[in-house]
Write a protein that binds this ligand. Structure first.
Ligand SMILES: *[C@@H]1O[C@H](CO)[C@@H](O)[C@H](O)[C@H]1NC(C)=O
Length: 237
């Protein structure tokens, strides 16, 4: 007879499960929470690839008390992808420009800027460390037109610019969100003042000329009238 042992076994199983079942839901809950704590896989690190003096995300992870996620990076065995040139703020008065950029999704050791004035070889800025996202260029000429590129470098090489190194940027395509951009420096405000003074002087001379011309004409036309008006008292005398 198999029925009876089976029944007893079923009873035993049921009774042993009931107390456990009462505890199960909270147990399950605790276990899930404990499981999630070490993972914390959905918290992003406080990392902004455009922020000036941004500590590399890997270092944030190392220094952080809680785990966080970093954006994926390309292999350190490859040269970095090009950074993205951001806002370029030109100060015409002192011939300078503040250049902003954003880091690529690659390991970067340092950055530098290249500056072309027309064709020919570019000027190269000093290198900036990997936290830097902003630099000042000096010595720009008023009224000048320039091309600026940001270059990132790591142990494997340097990021590319949109044209071959010996061909200048002249006529080259400069896609938005790329590492390069054109910058026009407005003419010096002082020369604008000169221009304004020049225009003002010209206007003043013109009005003087008009006045002189007007009075000459009036004198020529008015002389006989004045002479006629002057004659009656003379005649009366
Ligand atoms: C990177 O350069 C900036 C600006 O020159 C400087 O303030 C910062 O301390 C440097 N950081 C490192 C890690 O060298």
């Amino acid at each position: 007879m198999l029925g009876f042992p089976c029944f007893v076994w079923l009873l035993a199983v049921t009774f042993s499960l009931v107390p456990r079942a009462q505890h199960l839901p909270p147990q399950d809950f605790d276990e899930e929470e404990e499981d999630e704590k070490p993972r914390l896989s959905d918290v992003l690190c406080d990392y902004d690839h455009c922020r000036h003096l941004q500590v590399p995300c890997k270092e944030l992870q190392r220094a952080g008390l809680t785990a966080c996620l970093c954006p994926g990076l390309s292999s350190p065995a490859e040269p970095p992808a090009p950074p993205r040139l951001g806002e370029v703020h030109v100060v015409a008065e002192d011939g300078s420009a503040v250049v902003h950029w954003c880091a690529p999704s690659s390991p970067v050791h340092e950055y530098w800027l290249l500056l072309w004035e027309g064709s020919g070889a570019p000027q190269k800025s000093p290198a900036f460390n990997s936290t830097v996202r902003r630099a000042e260029l000096k010595g720009l000429k008023p009224g000048g037109a320039y091309v600026i590129c940001v270059v990132a470098a790591n142990a494997a090489g340097i990021s590319s610019v949109p044209w071959a190194n010996d061909a200048g940027p002249e006529g080259a395509d400069m896609p938005p969100f790329g590492p390069c951009g054109r910058v026009a420096v407005p003419p010096r405000p002082r020369s604008l003042v000169h221009a304004a003074v020049g225009v003002g002087t010209a206007l003043a001379l013109l009005s003087c000329g008009a006045l002189v011309w007007h009075f000459c004409l009036r004198q020529r036309c008015g002389c006989p009238r004045r002479a006629r008006r002057a004659t009656p008292p003379a005649a009366g005398l």
